[in-house]
Design a binder for this molecule. Sequence first.
Ligand code: HEM
Ligand SMILES: *[C@@H]1O[C@H](CO)[C@@H](O)[C@H](O)[C@H]1NC(C)=O
Length: 520
Amino acid sequence: MVPDVPSPWVWTVVASVFVALYWHSQAQRHRRRLPPGPTPLPILGNVLDIPRHHLGLEFWRISQKYGDLVYLNALGKSMLVVGSHRIARELLEKRSVNYSDRPGSVMAELTQFDRFFITQRYGERWRLHRRVFHKSFNVGSVEQYRPIQLNSARRFLAAVFDFPRDIATRLKFAIASSLILIAYGIDMKERNDEYFEMVGRIAETGETISVPGRFPVEAFPSLRYLPSWFPGGGFKVMARDAGAHMEKTISKLYSIAVEGIRSGSGCESFVSGLLDDAKKYDLEGAGERDLETFVGDLALTVYAAGADTSNAAMQAFFLAMAMHPDAQRKAQEELDRVVGTDRLPDFSDMASLPYIRALLKELLRWHVITPISLPHAVMTDDMYDGYLIPAGSAVTVNVWGIARDPELYPDPDAFRPERFLDANSQLDLTRSDPSDYAFGFGRRICPGQHFAEASLFIYAASILHVFSILPPVDDKGVPIQLVHDTATMGVIAHPHFHDYVVKPRCARSVQLVQEACRDT
Ligand code: HEM
Ligand SMILES: *[C@@H]1O[C@H](CO)[C@@H](O)[C@H](O)[C@H]1NC(C)=O
């Protein structure tokens, strides 16, 4: 039986359909001015087009199809995928006034990860943190850290002699301890140091919250008000614990550093420098709560931003060397010629080791540590090439794809340091320097770049001078075929770390390492 008068819910449905159709047509009209991209589904948008596994490769496929500026809509949020270095420079560098924000992250807020200026929105607080950080890590200032970096590399060599089966953990420890020493003046000597565990958890949180699409609350911010006992509310428990741990770690490390300064037992550090200068900073103007949070947040940023990135780079170094014995042998020949066998390499050798430096540039290209960089956000509506870029859009650069441009880098998957050498075997970066994209762009470019490159240099030169890195072997002693892969899902790409066979190159090197470590 059909009722004469339709019931109210029928009217509601009919009205909703009209509203939906109207919005859809408006969206289509709007859409025509937006950069091209895959057709969005109703409500979901392009959620299914957002990469899950190999971020760089999947975005690369999208760019092959739609071009170097692609528009995606993820549950109502605008996102641009930039596929060329030229457009990345055009937007993020030339127009950096309007392209230096970050998309907000609810998880960063809930875990207190937003205490690090890496994730902060553009504004006074970010500006102050960045300026102060830069003062200690610019190209000139980082030279003060060289003795610590050198020492750290040599201690790592000693650890490889002692624990050749435990290289992955020793590497992670070596990098963390150098950063903690620089930031706080705290010398973690033991791998089971309680601080190593404390900061390790911070890195894990960063890894977890940076997996694209992992937390629905990023798309539906109101989910943050879900009670934590509610199904799907587990993320709140995780975030609350991580936040409490963050608070504890920041204040504990800060107070130990301050205690060290007071008692005179601590070394000079980023913290001691900040405290000396603190009167000069306008903390209130930047909305800082107090000096302790200001210094504490900045100090742990050194670790939070530097540890996993440097670690991923060194893991890729081991993989590249095990997969490419020719490049390794050439690097070692250069070391033998320049450094000789009576001492270990140091920073004074840098200018005379062009092959090693080319090898490290090739490493940054071959294994891109942040394949889709870190997203910037546009602050105002903008036009590019006739297309509308709506305010608030996240801008993602497919650095992985840029590093594989076959025009610039023929046979891009091959590992070839020679790409960056001229006819006289000198370093030649005129055509393209991977550091120009591996560290991000514009006002947000990595402020730790010079420090990071110096660490990579001294680690790589020291390791290759003393050891040869070979692929792991199976039960019968046959070398295992290695592939270049990514083992992690977050914004930082870690390759698998294998049980590499690490062989001392000459008997004397054990003694050299022991002597070098004894002197420190
Ligand atoms: C090989 C190692 C490293 C790589 C590949 C790397 C890469 C990056 C990238 C891609 C960004 C984002 C830039 C952008 O948004 O455009 C970034 C930001 C940042 N990096 Fe690094 N980084 C490395 C090591 C370090 C180290 C050792 C430190 C500290 C000493 C550091 C500190 C930072 C900070 C504080 C930011 C946030 C900048 C901001 O948002 O204003 N990084 N890094
Ligand atoms: C930044 O945005 C403002 C306001 O939309 C605009 O007037 C200005 O030209 C933009 N700057 C650049 C460098 O694009």
